[in-house]
Structures are given as C-alpha cells and as structure tokens.
Design a binder for this molecule. Structure first.
Ligand SMILES: CC(C)=CC(=O)SCCNC(=O)CCNC(=O)[C@H](O)C(C)(C)COP(=O)(O)OP(=O)(O)OC[C@H]1O[C@@H](n2cnc3c(N)ncnc32)[C@H](O)[C@@H]1OP(=O)(O)O
Length: 258
C-alpha cells in the first residue's frame, strides 16, 4: 500500500491519497493493509494542510474483499477476543471527507470499505458485490447495513443473499455511487474533486460531513435541529465572513480554516 500527500497549489487544498496495492491478491484486505490504511488516515487527519482524502486501488480491483486466506482458519474465540474487523470501522469514523475512487472489483470488504467513505466515484469497469454468502459467511464490515441504506432493502437483500455483482451503471442508478467516469480519468477526476473540497473551509467541510451523516443516525427532526445548531455556529468563523465577502466582492474566497 502506498500513501502520499498531494500539496495544495495556489487555489485548491491539500489531498491525502491512499492507493491499495496488493496486485497478487486483487488488493484483498489483510490485517496489515487495514492497519496501513488507518496509519495513513491518522496522519492525514492530523495534517492541517490536508482537507480531503482519496482511497483508490488498481484498474482491476479496488479491493476483492477481506483476505480469505487470512480468515479461513480463524475460530470463533479468535474473532471474538481480537474483535476481528472492528479496526475497519475507524475508516467510517474519520472526520475529514474521504472519497472512494473505485475501478474493477469492489467486493465483500472492498465494497464495505468503499461504503465507509463519504462518497464513491466509480469507473465504468467497477463491479460491486457482497459475495460473502458464497463463502459460508455474511458481510462483517457493515455491508448488510450500509448497502441497505444506499440501495434499499430489495436490492441489498438480493445482493447479499445471492452474491450477485452490480455493475457501475446499476450502482449509479441505485444510489450507491455518485458518478461514473471513464477508467482512464478516474484518479484525476477523484483528485480534482478532492482538491476542490480541500479548497473549501476545512472545518466547515467537516461540519457538512458530520451533518449529512446525522441523517443516517437519527430522526428527521433531530437531524434538522443538529444542522441548525451547526449552521448558527459557522457564523462564529472567519471563513463565513470571508466566503460571503468574497461573493459580494466578486472574488475567489481565501479560506483560513478558522
Ligand atoms: C469483510 C469480510 C468480513 C469478508 C469478506 O470480504 S470475504 C471476501 C469477499 N470477496 C470475495 O469473495 C471475492 C473473492 N474473489 C473472487 O471471487 C475472484 O478472485 C474475483 C471474481 C474477484 C476475480 O476472479 P479472477 O478469476 O479474475 O481472479 P482470481 O484468479 O480468482 O484471483 C487472483 C488472485 O487473487 C486472489 N484473491 C482474490 N480475491 C481474494 C480474497 N478476497 N482474498 C484472498 N485472495 C484473493 C486469488 O486467490 C488469486 O490468487 P492465486 O493466484 O494465488 O490463487
């Protein structure tokens, strides 16, 4: 796995890029890769220059799931005592926006990792699926819950019960991915999108992420109340003054993340 910081140019913000790189196993996610992703994310979250993160894989595979060879001999006490898979949840708990740039297979834990990100940009070759049932298990990194929220019960149930894959078009139609781009443009498109987000006020982008995520966790009334409190709070930031002044002055805003 590699990760790098792409520093800000004059207008846009800095982006953290994580590339899953285990080609011999179609980027299957073993515990080392998951630990490396978390280490990279820890660094990006602490780095004030980074405003958005992109996680990607290769053209053939974003990730073909959790590493089956690592899991095959595990016993119940081992999974229970080690709290197997729970380390993956740290991706979903991150505060800075994360984009998944998906080409090729995003299966099992690969699909679950993509769904833990804030949105998915897919190449036209992307294939999503939760095939765990074919291995005699079920999705264990949130797939039954997140897929259902993205695509609804009927499709999620069918995919989890049959292991059928969904292509990029169906995934876009169903609300799993935000956009489809040509495979050759995927990374540049995701990085451009990430740079744009990183060029906003970073604390405000984080508040947007937190507020949208509330929609998944609470009632509409509670969610709207939360949004209203956060909305009032942004008027205490210099970035609100800068953003609105820049609009009135017909110039580009220069956010200070303050
Ligand atoms: C998160 C939790 C709790 C669970 C999971 O994620 S369970 C895993 C879910 N994923 C899968 O079941 C997908 C398994 N992979 C496949 O079905 C196929 O590899 C494929 C359809 C994605 C691609 O098939 P293809 O014929 O193009 O390639 P293969 O020859 O099958 O694979 C190449 C190479 O990669 C190894 N590989 C692929 N996926 C995994 C995986 N998830 N874990 C470990 N290794 C994987 C595959 O064994 C082969 O390696 P060898 O050449 O050494 O046999």
């Amino acid at each position: 796995m590699t990760y790098e910081t792409i520093l800000a140019d004059t207008r846009d913000g800095g982006v953290g890029l994580i590339t899953i790189n285990r080609p011999q196993a179609l980027n299957a996610l073993n515990s080392t890769v998951v630990a490396e992703i978390n280490t990279a994310l820890d660094g990006f979250e602490k780095d004030a220059a980074i405003g958005c993160i992109v996680i990607t894989g290769s053209e053939k595979a974003f990730a073909a799931g959790a590493d089956i060879k690592e899991m095959q001999d595990l016993t119940f006490p081992q999974t229970y005592l080690d709290d197997f898979i729970t380390a993956w949840d740290r991706v979903a708990g991150r505060r800075k926006p994360i984009i998944a740039a998906v080409s090729g297979f995003a299966l099992g834990g690969g699909c679950e990792l993509a769904m833990m990100c804030d949105f998915i940009i897919a190449s036209e070759t992307a294939k999503f699926g939760q095939p765990e049932i074919k291995l005699g298990v079920l999705p264990g990194a949130g797939g039954t819950q997140r897929l259902t929220r993205f695509v609804g019960k009927a499709k999620a149930m069918e995919m989890c019960l049959t292991g059928r894959m969904m292509d990029a078009e169906e995934a876009e139609r169903s609300g799993l991915v935000s956009r489809i781009v040509p495979a050759a443009d995927l990374l540049e498109d995701a990085l451009k999108t990430a740079r744009g987000i990183a060029g906003m006020s970073i604390p405000v982008a984080m508040m947007v992420k937190e507020s949208v995520n509330r929609a998944y966790e609470t009632t509409l009334a509670e969610g709207v109340r939360f949004e209203r409190r956060v909305f009032h709070a942004v008027f205490a930031t210099a970035d609100q003054k800068e953003g609105m002044s820049a609009f009135v002055d017909k110039r580009k805003p220069d956010f200070k993340d303050a």
